[in-house]
Design a protein. Sequence first.
Length: 158
Amino acid sequence: MGKLSFHYIEHKVDSLIEYSHFFGKIFGVTEAGWSPDIGSGILGTITLEPFGLASELAQDETEADIRAFAVAPRAQGQGAGRNLLLAVIECAGKRGVCFLRLCTRPAMKAAQHLYTRTGFSRTPDLDFEPGPGIILRAYELALPSNPFPGPQPDEQPE
């Protein structure tokens, strides 16, 4: 069975060409196209990027960006993307992140549907163009201030 990858990338991927090379290596893309091997390899990847000077959307330490989110075509529609997104949301909550932000291209309708079904909302004021003719739509998710409901160790039940 294939693997899902949730990680932090040391080297920030800045251009669409770098992204295509990065995902090509991860998903086993050859010059002829996607690898026909369905049973092995990485099926998806997602990165939680804490706020930093080079953040695309995150505006302070309470926010983080989701980047490098992709699912291999052979795994799309099977829950891999949802599982990755839920894992990064859980990780962000445990780290005290208040807002998760991400961006996507207008043509990526399935991704946009996943984001809205998972609770993300559009933030058009954060849309941007990283290059001529490349439009990115921004989304955000407000995380609960206490991601772990129930009595806390130092709280008394009522």
